[in-house]
Structures are given as C-alpha cells and as structure tokens.
Ligand binder design. Structure first.
Ligand code: SF4
Length: 375
C-alpha cells in the first residue's frame, strides 16, 4: 500500500521553497502526496483533522517570525488530542532552527516539552541539491541562499535560520532545469537577502546602496534570464543597503517581473539605526528613484514596523511622509512585537503601548491605501 505524506507550510517563500525540496525527498522514497484538491473544509481546524487522520506522514514546516506564528504550531497539539491514532510527525523550519545551532534562542528540551506529539525534529535541511517537486501553477520558489548575517535588532531569522550561506550557481541552474522539465516557467528567487548572494562575508557590508559596485547576484540573474523556457523571474527579499545600480540595471530586462519588494521598515533615520538596518531613508529613496528611471511603471512593495521601542509620534510621522512620497503598491505594516533572544528584546524596552501601536498601524494603513490608489 502506498504511504501518503502531507507538508503543512507556514511563513515565507523560503519555507515554500524548502517544502518543495522536502516533497522531492519523500517522493523519491516512494511516498505520494495526500490530495486535498477536491476537498472542502469548513475551517482550518477541520482541514488539520483530516490531514492528521489521513496521512501516514505529516511534515510541519514552521515559522517563528512572530509569536503568533510559533503559537500556531504549538496549537496543533489541541487538534491531535483525542485522536485515536496519529501519523508520524516531523517538525522542521524556523521553530526547530531556533532551538539548534550556535545562535539558538531556546533549548531543544524546552521545545520538546511544548510539542510532545512530534516524532522527529529536523533543522531546516540543506536539501538544495535534491530534486524539487513543483506544486503546480507553472511557478516555483527557488532558494538561492539560506540564513542571514544582518542581525536587524528586532528579527529572529539570523537565529532561526543561522549563518548566511549562498547556494552554488551550478545547483541553482540544476534546480531551474528540473523545474523547467516539470513545466515551470515562472520563478521567484528566495533568500533573506538575495542581493548578497555569492559575496564573501568581509565584502558583504562594504556594498553601498545606489553605488556602481558589481554584485554576483546581478550576474546570477543575467545567467538565469538567458535560460530558454524561463518566462519570468522575481526575487525576495532585497535589502536597501546593498541595492546597487548594477542590480537596478538588470531590472530593465523584460523577463523580470514588474514587481519588486524592498523592505524599508521605517521612515526615520534614528529608528533605522536602532533597527541596525544599515541604510538611511535617503539611501532608500535613491534606490527607488534609480529603479523608476530604468523602469517607470515598476510596482514596489515594502515592509514597515510601527511602534519600535522608543519611536516617538514625530518619528512615526516620518514613516507616514515616506509612504506618501513613494506610493508603494504593496505594504505589509506590522506592529512591533518583542521576540525572545533578539538584540531589541535584550537591550531595549518595548515601551509603546499596544493601543498606540494599533493607532499607528491603522493611521499608516489608511495613508498607504490613499497614496497607493493615487499612483
Ligand atoms: S535582513 Fe534583517 S529583517 Fe531580513 S532576515 Fe536578516 S535580520 Fe531579519
């Protein structure tokens, strides 16, 4: 009898790319995916119950960017409670990554106590040289690097995903080839900071926004754009601090998607410094202007945090002004939430009251929607 597996993926595109790698491993081992395409569930809990009672193996690819994301994983225990039999469960992704390695934020024993129903803990595997399975739709996410060395002060990723490591170009090309054979034509390259792909550690922080410095990532893009069968490429995430004009020039290519995501996080330089973002508001605006020069209709998305420790109303209003100036097509606005083990949690006081954070969130969302509509 064939054994079925199901991968429950939380979080970002990097996790989706990892899940495609993990699917490749289990399909090579003879597992078939549990098919939910013809099923309808009244809510997420009903879907979870079906998955846990039907699959032989469930892999949970977790996210720990917010406490809420971690709690979703811990909450699965409630669904499993009272079930007569449960599948073999593997937990992977950032929740496990946060408990392993040199940069761990909590111990594996602590994690085991929270999820006693997990059979195997698997730190995010370096599965990149394995065949990935397309999840359909002619599109695939391809991780080009893992981890992050930037240490923005609010962020858990450098702890959860560890040191930044670039994949070899040959591996990336091979993964593209394998996807093209499966009918994929559109690709999203993923990494916590794709701009620094292929750079040695000591070079990484010498790159400056808007400069003429050459980036190996720009060369990688040029090579991937030449592949026959590739119709569209985009990438996420790009940081402003190392977005050079070399990379801006690649954006002219017609196969580059007409959307780019560059996280700005704040419109105030003091707050950016406290966040350790390594760029100023002026750097960010300079990059956006360069992009509009080569591609005037490019759509731009961003991430913004409101209510960072010590952020005054005036500093917050600088973010509102930036949003009004740039006219982002997409903006993910979140209220600052303290994450255990981060530099901000250890050294700064989470001193903006929740109601004030909520007010700033709603005010900025309104301002953004108005300016996005005007673009
Ligand atoms: S660049 Fe900053 S926000 Fe992005 S993953 Fe790295 S530390 Fe986190």
């Amino acid at each position: 009898m064939t054994k079925t597996y199901f991968i429950k993926t939380y979080g970002c595109q990097a996790n989706l790319a990892d899940s495609a790698n993990i699917a490749g491993i289990f399909e090579n081992l003879g597992f078939t995916p549990l098919d939910l395409s013809k099923k309808e569930f009244k809510n997420a809990k009903a879907e979870d119950e079906y998955v846990f009672s039907s699959a032989n193996l469930v892999i949970i690819n977790s996210c720990s960017v917010r406490q809420k994301s971690e709690d979703k994983v811990y909450g699965l225990g409630k669904t499993l409670k009272g079930m007569r039999k449960k599948p073999y469960i593997i937990l992977t992704g950032c929740v496990v990554g946060s408990a392993c390695g040199d940069r761990s934020r909590y111990s594996l024993d602590d994690l085991k106590r929270k999820v006693p129903w997990v059979d195997l803990f698997l730190p995010t595997p370096k599965t990149n040289n394995l065949k990935s399975v397309s999840f359909g739709g002619g599109h695939a996410y391809v991780n080009i690097s893992t981890g992050c060395d930037n240490f923005c002060t609010y962020c858990v990723v450098p702890y959860a995903r560890g040191e930044e490591i670039s994949r070899l170009k040959a591996e990336i090309l091979a993964e593209f080839g394998s996807y093209i054979e499966q009918g994929v034509t559109k690709f999203t390259l993923c990494g916590q900071n794709v701009n620094s792909w292929g750079l040695a550690k000591k070079q990484k922080f010498k790159i400056r926004a808007g400069s003429n410095q050459k980036l190996p990532f720009a060369n990688l893009l040029r090579a991937l754009l030449k592949i026959e069968g590739v119709k569209e490429i985009d990438f996420i995430s790009s940081n402003p601090f190392d977005f050079t004009s070399d990379l801006v020039n690649v954006l002219k290519h017609p196969k580059i998607k007409n959307y780019i995501h560059i996280a700005v996080q704040s419109g105030n330089n003091e707050i950016l410094k406290k966040m350790n973002r390594r760029h100023s508001v002026e750097d960010f605006i300079g990059v956006v202007e360069q992009i509009y020069r080569v591609r005037p209709r490019m759509e731009i998305g961003t991430d913004i945090i409101v209510g960072f420790p010590g952020e005054t109303r005036e500093q917050f209003m600088d973010t509102v002004s930036l949003v009004e100036r740039v006219h982002f097509n997409v903006a993910f606005i979140s209220m600052y939430s303290e994450r255990k083990g981060t530099i901000a949690q250890k050294t700064m006081k989470d001193d903006i009251p929740r109601e004030e954070k909520k007010w700033r969130h709603d005010f900025l969302t309104k301002a953004w929607k108005k300016t996005a509509a005007e673009r």
